[in-house]
Design a protein around this ligand. Structure first.
Ligand code: ADP
Length: 263
């Protein structure tokens, strides 16, 4: 009977474990939902007043009679309000893409064109950081996707590669077709991400110690947003160490979401 007792207490222990795990999972899910609702609510409430601040400031800046000092003050208001608005937009985009509230506007997209537009737009920032962007892409690489979101994705990855290369260097952007997939790889020779922190870079608000120690500013929303865009397209995104920097690889099914067996 002692073995029966052992068996019973084993069962009881497992049931207890199961129940507490269930409870912890439910709680985690509920907390995640509460957090997402909260962020979405705050985002909506902030967006309207911010839009009004930005548009009124920009109107005031057109006044030719402004004193130099007041112009500087207004320009600072404008910059900060725009920065705040960008954060709110990222928060709302992230919440909407993850929940499915934002739908993709799917159509034929030339990813080569998107990558070269993104690179061209970021060239001034790269130049200011003494970074050279090298692009290696086919003339055309067509897939089914949302052009606005894919541009946002390319911007995010290339901007990070530039931003986290504080001492200059090369950023490589490679685009190629691999069977039914488009593979986009952005490699830099920058700060790199410590190995134990690498799995966390796609969590919202996470910022690696390597960047914060150098005083590089950011919100920790860019990579979660990048991942949400990739996943909504049925693709995958991975971070790798690229001695000495970082390499981000995105794989997207050419046929668009719903076509990859993994989804
Ligand atoms: P942030 O606004 O802080 O740049 P991201 O979500 O884009 O937020 O990235 C999260 C963190 O991952 C960054 O704070 C940075 O520490 C790290 N990171 C992202 N891209 C790179 C990169 N190319 N090189 C080094 N660190 C990077």
């Amino acid at each position: 009977e002692s073995s029966l007792l052992a068996l019973l207490s084993g069962v009881a222990a497992h049931v207890g474990q199961f129940l507490s795990r269930r409870r912890a999972d439910d709680l985690a899910l509920e907390l995640t939902r509460t957090r997402d609702d909260f962020l979405a609510l705050v985002g909506h409430e902030l967006r309207t007043p911010l839009t009004s601040i930005v548009s009124h400031t920009e109107l005031l800046l057109t006044d030719g009679e402004l004193s130099g000092e007041n112009r500087l003050l207004l320009e600072s208001v404008d910059r900060n309000a725009n920065a705040l608005r960008a954060i709110v937009t990222d928060l709302l985009d992230l919440a909407g893409l993850e929940s499915g509230d934002i739908s993709l506007d799917l159509g034929p997209v030339d990813l080569s064109e998107i990558v070269s537009a993104s690179t061209a737009a970021l060239a001034p920032v790269a130049e200011a950081n003494d970074v050279k962007i090298q692009v290696d892409a086919p003339r055309v690489l067509s897939l089914r996707g949302d052009p606005v979101r894919l541009r946002q994705l390319a911007d995010e990855l290339i901007a990070n590669a530039v931003k986290y290369s504080p001492d200059g260097g090369d950023v490589g952007v490679r685009l190629e077709r691999e069977g039914d997939l488009a593979a986009l790889t952005v490699t830099d020779g920058g700060l790199g991400i410590p190995e134990d922190e690498r799995p966390r870079v796609f969590q919202r608000f996470f910022r690696s110690s390597a960047g914060t120690a150098r005083g590089i500013s950011g919100t920790g929303l860019g990579l979660p947003l990048a991942r949400a865009i990739v996943e909504r397209h049925g693709g995958t995104i991975q971070v790798q160490h690229a001695n000495p920097g970082t390499s981000m690889t995105v794989s997207l099914p050419l046929d668009g979401p719903g076509s990859s067996p993994g989804k």
